[in-house]
Design a protein around this ligand. Structure first.
Ligand code: FBP
Length: 274
């Protein structure tokens, strides 16, 4: 595991990864609540917000758009990913090599493993290759650890999510991204079993400002290293406002209530400008 305190993908040891691989994973439907965000330029502009430690995208978006933002934004390249246009046991195609990600400016790498899928073994083997190549380039690698597949009865149970975070530690991830397991106590266990490896919470479907900030506050109190979030930022009318609030909760240890005031102030200012 690489020490991430001084890494470009963290700030004071904490992370807010702005994930934007949804055009591949879910399709353009995810941009419908806020159509301007179908334009990757909009996301890289958000990536320059102080709250964001890096923007995680697939190779095509990185290659096409990152050159205009390399002075202001830190890039994470997702090495694998898949569409949801097909059916079957969860699997994720390796779309980019570590070498190419480094060439196009990545400061960090992302990789999905669906533990519990009938394809877990091949994804773990592909992760082994990516991990060892990442070490050659001195790049941190974040595991998107999402147990799912026909063998799993409940892929969001507390014990399954704890297993997901432990998989990251065992396989050599520098940080592991998991779904919220449902309570602060469960999240604390998820972080405890990850040992010295950092755990970041996955944002999930869009929910209200207060509920989301409270969720992130709970995760941070439970020992999370931060957040990897997509829809709960870019599907909002004013993504900058929620980033103001997330910055307060994650980096300044502000309570959700205080962060919510920042969000509401920023929303009011934006409304007055319109
Ligand atoms: P969200 O914050 O929008 O949930 O994004 C995090 C993420 O891991 C993305 O990187 C990825 O596209 C998506 O969730 C996958 O979600 P799903 O659980 O539907 O596979």
């Amino acid at each position: 595991m690489l020490p991430l305190e001084d890494s470009e993908i963290t700030r004071n040891g904490k992370s807010l990864i702005l994930a934007y691989d949804h055009g591949l994973e879910h399709g353009p439907v995810d941009f419908e609540p806020n159509p301007p965000t179908m334009d990757p330029h909009r996301i890289f502009e958000l990536g320059a917000h102080d709250a964001v430690t890096c923007v995680a995208v697939q190779k095509g978006i990185a290659e096409g758009y990152y050159p205009s933002y390399e002075d202001d934004v830190t890039l994470m390249v997702k090495l694998n990913g898949t569409s949801n246009l097909w059916m079957g046991e969860p699997n994720s195609a390796v779309n980019c090599s570590v070498e190419y990600a480094a060439e196009i400016g990545a400061s960090g790498l992302g990789f999905t493993v669906y533990g519990g899928s009938n394809h877990e073994v091949e994804m773990a083997e592909e992760f082994r290759q990516a991990h060892e190549d990442a070490r050659e380039h001195d790049l941190p690698i974040v595991l998107w650890s999402y147990p799912r597949g026909q063998g799993l009865k409940n892929d969001t149970s507390a014990s399954t999510i704890a297993y997901a975070s432990r998989l990251g530690l065992e396989l050599g991830a520098d940080m592991t991204k998991v779904k919220y397991p449902g309570s602060t106590d469960a999240m604390q266990h998820v972080c405890d079993v990850a040992g010295e490896m950092g755990v970041v919470m996955s944002g999930g479907s869009k929910i209200g400002d207060r509920a989301f900030l409270e969720l992130v506050e709970n995760a941070m109190n439970a020992g999370a290293q931060g957040l990897a979030v997509g829809r709960n930022v870019f599907q909002r009318d004013n993504p900058t406002a929620i980033l103001d609030g997330l910055e307060a909760v994650i980096f300044e240890e502000a309570p959700a209530e205080e962060a919510l005031e920042l969000v509401e102030t920023a929303d009011a200012a934006a409304a007055a400008d319109d």
